[in-house]
Design a protein around this ligand. Sequence first.
Ligand SMILES: [Zn+2]
Length: 71
Amino acid sequence: MLKLNIQLFAVPFHRVSKTRKRMRRAHNALTANGTVKCPNCGEAIRPHRVCAKCGYYKGKEVVAVSETEEK
Ligand SMILES: [Zn+2]
C-alpha cells in the first residue's frame, strides 16, 4: 500500500508577496448560503420551511401570522 508522508512547513513571511497572498485570499470570501426568497413576500427564508413573515409554504398560508407581527 502506498503511504504518503506529506509534511507541511510554515512558509516564511516574506517568501509570499503581498500580491500572491491577496490573489490566494481572493477565493476565501464567505458567501451567505442556505437562503432563498419567499415566493409570496420576497423575504429571505431557509429553503423547505414555512416563511416566518407571511406564514406561506408551497403557495398556501399554512401558519396564521398575527397582525402585530406583520408589517
Ligand atoms: Zn413570505
